[in-house]
Design a protein around this ligand. Structure first.
Ligand code: ZN
Length: 200
């Protein structure tokens, strides 16, 4: 196997974002991905739960919008051939984890593929609310997080990803995601959720 070095990518300590122009998008923090009994368990996802919870509390009280994507599959979904059955509509595994349960005013967008924008009203909703910045957290880093970040960037939303808010199955996947966000999409990689400040 080739051994590779992670190319340098820029990491910032903090960023200030206008709350009313900012949405936090929580990607696929569902039982099947986050819990050990889940069908597609990502072991490092659990340690992102607490940082994401802190971020959401501050975002909500500052008046930033909170969105969730919820990966959703039905009978005979072609993704089952790749990943096995997961997040089947209505099951326990499909539900967003209790620790990050959406609150009143949050918006949950069901999606059928990796990209939170593909075939969903996400772009329209972000525009309706005048959103310019998308803070993207959740799992799996190089799959649904990165596809959603890419899609946001292609639509000229600013993408911000805190390092303690995403999780991957390997270190390679984790760093590859952050490098793409920073280098290709000209997004901001922030060291911690605590470096993200919401201003008026
Ligand atoms: Zn899926």
């Amino acid at each position: 196997m080739a051994s590779v070095e992670v190319p340098e990518y820029e990491i910032v300590e903090s960023v200030e974002l206008k709350a009313r122009e900012t949405a936090v998008i929580v990607v696929d923090m569902q039982n099947d991905f986050v819990k050990p009994q889940g069908k597609l368990y990502v072991p490092t996802a659990e340690k992102t739960v607490e940082p994401i919870r802190r971020l959401l509390n501050r975002a909500r009280s500052a008046g930033a919008r909170v969105f969730y994507t919820q990966d959703t599959h039905y009978d005979n979904d072609p993704e089952y051939e790749i990943w096995g059955e997961h997040v089947r509509y209505g099951t326990w595994g499909w539900q967003i984890i209790d620790e990050l349960k959406p609150r009143e005013g949050d918006i949950v967008v069901m999606k059928t593929r990796y990209d939170g924008f593909y075939g969903t009203p996400l772009d329209d909703l972000l525009r309706v609310y005048g959103i310019k910045n998308t803070v993207i957290v959740g799992t799996v880093a190089n799959i649904c997080v990165l596809h959603t970040a890419a899609s946001a960037s292609l639509r000229w939303y600013k993408v911000i990803v805190p390092m303690d808010g995403i999780s991957a199955l390997t270190d390679f996947d984790y760093h590859a995601t952050l490098r793409q966000v920073s280098w290709l999409y000209k997004g901001l990689v922030v060291k911690s959720v605590d470096g993200i400040r919401f201003i008026d």
